[in-house]
Design a protein around this ligand. Structure first.
Ligand SMILES: CC(C)(COP(=O)(O)OP(=O)(O)OC[C@H]1O[C@@H](n2cnc3c(N)ncnc32)[C@H](O)[C@@H]1OP(=O)(O)O)[C@@H](O)C(=O)NCCC(=O)NCCS
Length: 142
């Protein structure tokens, strides 16, 4: 992380990290759908440990769930101190992307087929989150 990402005390802004999360997650969604994607929502994110100028940010991202035109991507953020190698879990965030066709309309995405128990757990948890978030905004249809 660079000085421009941080305040005068050297703490990295949450917004700088959110921007990187959105960029990384959108690449994951783009590669899955092979279409342009837009961020439909970003669930709450708690920053559970600070990030400082000079830290190396590591983002581990994966598709957790797909529905008709939407996909949930989970991103785990870790900060690594380059001098000591210490790695801290900074936070985890879930984002929903919608694939768009050439007319910028939502378009179907390939169904994710979870295979391992870990993938199945992620799918089930993501399905619950989807229901919760759509219920919150009054958009739960099925
Ligand atoms: C996301 C967007 C395309 C959805 O459009 P819409 O008219 O609600 O379309 P639909 O009702 O057909 O919904 C399409 C999908 O989006 C999902 N969706 C819509 N709003 C959502 C939200 N707030 N959170 C999560 N998913 C959402 C729906 O569940 C649906 O998923 P499904 O097809 O897998 O079931 C539209 O709201 C949009 O363009 N928003 C701006 C996106 C953007 O520009 N983001 C960058 C930052 S501004």
């Amino acid at each position: 992380m660079m000085p421009m990402d941080a305040n005068v005390a050297g703490n990295v802004f949450g917004g700088s990290i959110l921007r990187m999360i959105d960029e990384v997650a959108s690449i994951v969604a783009f590669r899955h759908s092979r279409n342009n994607v837009v961020t439909a929502s970003l669930d709450r994110m708690d920053f559970i440990s600070p990030v400082y100028i000079g830290d190396i940010l590591r983002m581990i991202a994966s598709i957790n769930y797909t529905h008709r035109t939407s996909m949930e991507v989970g991103v785990r953020v870790e900060a690594e101190n380059p001098l000591t190698g210490e790695v801290r879990h900074t936070g985890t965030c879930y984002l929903t992307y919608v694939a768009l066709d050439k007319n910028r309309k939502p378009t179907q995405v390939a169904i994710l087929r979870p295979e391992t128990s870990e993938e199945k757990r992620r799918w089930a948890e993501a399905e619950e989150r989807r229901k919760r978030r759509l219920k919150e905004i009054g958009k739960l249809k099925d």
